[in-house]
Structures are given as C-alpha cells and as structure tokens.
Design a protein around this ligand. Structure first.
Ligand code: PMT
Length: 342
C-alpha cells in the first residue's frame, strides 16, 4: 500500500503538485511580509480604496540550479509599467510584481537603453570647471510632471515594487499575493500582463552545476554523443495557474484581467475567447507581438471590442492609457488610446 502522502500527491491537482514538488523561493517570506503590510494599510485607509496587482515582464526557466543559462519569455515590461502609472492616476494602490530589472513605473521614461537618462542631463560648469548637473531645458516640463507623480505615489504609499525572476518565484508569490488580497473582495483587481513560461524543468530533474558541452549530462538534459554537441532539453508543462487563481486564490468579487499574446493573427481571437471560456474570469486582452503597441482586443462576456491607436498618433509618446484602464471599468468614452505611452 502506498503511504498516505504519496496518495495525496498523486491525486492532487497540477497546481498543488507543482507547489509540493518545487522549493519555495528565498524571497517569499520577505515579500509576503511587505505585501501584507501594504494590503492591510490600504484595506484600513478607506472603504473606497481599490488595489490592483499588476504583473509585468517575462519569467525565466533556469536550466541549472546554480544558474548560468536560462530560457526567457519575451516582455520588456512596457505594458505593465505604463498601465501601473494609469492605475495610480485613477486612485488605485498598486502592487507592481515585475521581472527584476524590467521597466518600472515612472523611471521607465528615462531608463531604457534607447532613452538613456544621461541624454536628458547637462552640466552647467563654465570653461571646463565642474558645475551642477541639470535637466536640459526641453525636457524640464515632462520630467517635472513625471517626478511629481512619482513623489506623490511614494509619499502616499501607493506603490509597492516586488521583483521576480523565475517562473517558480512568480507562481509561489502570485499565490501568496492573491491569498493576502482575500479581505479586499471586490476592491481587488488582477491585471496579469506578465509573460509566463508554459514549460519548465522541475527541480528534481534539473542539473545542479553549469551544463558542460564536452561530457554526458544527467537529469533532464542530455548532451548526446551521437548528435555532436547538440543539447537536447526536455521541458515539463507548467500547469495553467489562471484556473486556480480564479477558482481558489483570488477574492470572490475581484476583477481578473488576463492578457493573451499570439504571433499568428488567425489564432488571436479564438485563443483569447477560449481563455475566457475556460477560466471564467472577467476580461482577456488579446494582442499580437507585431502590433501590440497599436491595437488590442478586449474579449469579455459582452463580446469582442478592438481598441486602436490612429496611425497619426502612433509616434506620440505620452498619452491615453487612462482610457484603457477606464475601459476595463466600463466608464471611459469610446475614444482611441495610446496603448503603451513611451
Ligand atoms: O512588456 P511588453 O514588452 O510591453 O509586452 C507586453 C506583453 C505582450 C508581454 C503583454 O501585453 C502580454 O500579452 N502578456 C501576456 C503574455 C502571455 O503570457 O501570454 P500567454 O498566451 O502565454 O498566456 C496567457 C495567460 O495565461 C496569461 O494571463 C498568463 O498569466 C496565463 N498563464 C500562462 C502560463 C501558465 N503556465 N499559466 C498561466 O495561467
């Protein structure tokens, strides 16, 4: 007869099995403490205070436990960081759960490699003598605006930044955050813009050390001698956590918005509709990799609705996403929006 815990493990749903067979991340406890304080503070501050968990950036799948190599998911964090700014503007407290070193609300305007912050600066020293560092005149107005919003969010404790890197960190922490948000009921929202890995290597099949190119490896990865220096990687499926989030972790009455990324235009609508049908949440926002900055489609119980930025406005860098946030709440006018700001 099998011991009781192996019976339980065998019968458990895929999400439960995932958590029992992969170790919790080191950051879980400290992040849980920070999130609990933040949620309790906003829960107590006013009965009208709404709180949104914005996920942003891509998760990684390490190939080794002492990780040198990993598989990444596409996402710079633009969608999440921009949306977080507009949620803050609408009065939401925001937990910004993001891939470490991806774009952040406010600093995103100046930190990207094509938008280096040093290019916004000058120094006013005369005849080669060092002076003060100043913001160049042409950028003063916009930077002042961004700075005021940033300071206001910090002063009023409206923004909590929590980083993740791997898909395992993401999933353990998502479960913890959603569970902590339970007391908020319908004042909670989930805005799941992160690009989450669909495949991974379970901990018990992962190499401990850097995979060597010249010798046979153990576990899930084999350097096949007959195939030259080919590296063959077997990945297990990551369970679809949206299902468990909707049915068990998230507070009842909360609003759950997921994103669907595709590259094939012929698949986008059907995959987004399938997601809404399968997980029974509130809204799927579909986007194509090639056009994600200019158009998205909202799929909800009410049907399908495209939101597009007119061609003439596509180069403008700073407008409009409040309308997307407003549209989620069903109160914005039917106007086109700039989906990503900068
Ligand atoms: O950051 P940017 O560069 O601006 O790019 C933004 C974006 C294109 C990444 C963003 O708009 C977007 O589409 N994010 C979702 C990408 C994604 O993971 O899509 P998907 O089709 O693989 O997953 C769909 C849904 O299933 C997601 O809500 C995801 O949270 C969920 N999922 C995914 C994997 C998994 N194992 N379990 C899940 O529940």
């Amino acid at each position: 007869m099998l011991p009781r815990n192996s019976l339980l493990a065998r019968d458990a749903d895929p999400a439960t099995q995932y958590f029992s067979s992969n170790p919790a991340p080191k950051s879980l406890q400290s992040h849980t403490t920070l999130a609990r304080e933040f949620i309790n503070y906003h829960h107590g501050v006013s009965p009208d205070r709404r709180l949104v968990l914005v996920t942003s950036g891509g998760t990684t799948v390490p190939l080794e436990n002492q990780t040198v190599r990993f598989i990444d998911n596409f996402s710079a964090g633009t969608r999440g960081a921009t949306s977080a700014e507009y949620f803050l503007q609408e009065g939401y407290a925001v937990i910004f759960f993001h891939r470490q070193f991806s774009l952040l609300p406010y600093s995103r305007h100046y930190s990207h490699s094509t938008n280096c912050f040093l290019d916004f600066m000058d120094e006013d020293g005369l005849e080669g003598k060092p002076g003060s560092v100043v913001v160049r005149k042409e950028y003063q107005e916009k930077m002042n605006y961004v700075l005021q919003q940033y300071h206001s969010a910090k002063k009023n404790r409206m923004l909590l930044l929590l980083p993740f890197t791997t898909v395992t960190e993401y999933l353990f922490e998502l479960r913890s955050l959603a569970t902590l948000m339970q007391p908020l009921g319908n004042r909670a929202m989930f805005y799941l813009a992160a690009a989450v890995s669909d495949f991974f290597i379970p901990r018990d099949k992962m190499e401990e050390h850097k995979i060597q190119s010249s010798e046979q490896s153990n576990g899930n990865i084999t350097d096949q001698p007959t195939a030259g220096k080919q590296l063959v990687i077997n990945l297990d499926p990551v369970p679809k956590f949206l299902s468990t989030l909707v049915s068990a972790w998230a507070p009842s009455g909360s609003m759950i918005v997921s994103f669907k990324l595709e590259t094939d235009p012929d698949l986008l609508l059907s995959k987004a509709q399938q997601s809404l049908h399968r997980y029974h949440h509130d809204l799927v926002i579909g986007n194509l990799l090639a056009t994600r900055k200019w158009e998205v489609v909202f799929i909800s119980k009410e049907g399908e609705k495209w939101i597009r930025v007119p061609k003439a406005r596509r180069s403008k860098s700073f407008s409009g996403l409040e309308n997307l946030v407003g549209k989620i709440e069903g109160k914005a006018e039917d106007t086109p929006v700039d989906l990503d700001g900068g």
